[in-house]
Design a protein around this ligand. Sequence first.
Ligand SMILES: *Cc1c(COP(=O)(O)O)cnc(C)c1O
Length: 356
Amino acid sequence: MSRFLNQRLRAFEAYVPGEQPSGGYIKLNTNEAPFPPPPGVSERLTPAEIRRLNLYPDPDGKALTAKLAALFGVGPGNVMLSNGSDEMLSFAFMAFCGSGVGAVFPDVTYGFYRVLAGLYGIPYEEMPLRDDFTVDVSDYLGVGATVVLANPNAPTGLALPVRSIEAILAANPRNVVVVDEAYVDFGAESCAGLVGRYDNLLVVRTYSKSRFMAGARLGFALGSEELIKDLKKIKYSVNPYNINRLTLAAGEAAADDNAYYEENWRRLEAGRRSASERLERMGFVMTDSKANFLFTRHPDIAGRKLYAKLREAGILVRRFDQPRIGDYLRISVGSGEQMDALCLALSKILERSPEK
Ligand SMILES: *Cc1c(COP(=O)(O)O)cnc(C)c1O
């Protein structure tokens, strides 16, 4: 830390993303897809497209916005693009919190929410999930603060039905409810259909997980025209050209091939089911994840140890050194081969574990 750092940020701790090693590991730690983007994406990224990198991109990404609006059955004024959904979350905290408005989110959820609140000096309350990690909807009724919920939640994978989110929207008419749907395509219900009915709903989505393009950095939000205008006010003041031309082109080509995605989402759901069954047979306990990851622990071996043993075996998973979930691992659903390697490594570790 230099002596120049803003006083307010001295004790502040940044978000720590999952490790991105340059190779050598079976990578099941950041919920990337084991599939490439649809074939139309590589066809679209032509030398001619690359030559046009001398020009700024369209700051509104109108062509991609129109495609996403059509895909979700909303108007183009209800859609906004961002550089990954993390950027959209950042814009949302800046736009809808502060000046006396705080934020509420679960105690076990995406760690970035707490970091953003800290970065912007926004007071926040963490609502404890129930013992089984489910959200108690009654905690979020009339809270007088911006509500931020990941649905499905991360890292638990547990999803709320749309009617529960609707109850939260109806009970907080004076506050924005941000629903982070990073994992919704893997088997949960989306709130996108509520956008026309609730002017306080902001649905945040990403191309990183269910559109197999984490490297492109593309996210978007769906919300009332007024909310979208507010978010654009922030974006135009922070980084007007936040999405590069190649990513916009890739995003458009990807939006043209929903059939490819639908098919692969079903494959990932099947992969999740089969991996859960195999782990359960080894004695693992897990949540009913609707995401592209498992959230699991083994009663006979501490999470820290299991994480380290898997790492030694060349398999990277994610563990959060936090109260309540320190014994759990979050394991991305990878390819069939990757899951076979995971199961083999786990069975060897459990066999050898001396304190079993
Ligand atoms: C991965 C993730 C995101 C952010 O992803 P981007 O790559 O920035 O789009 C947002 N929310 C949750 C819950 C996530 O798991």
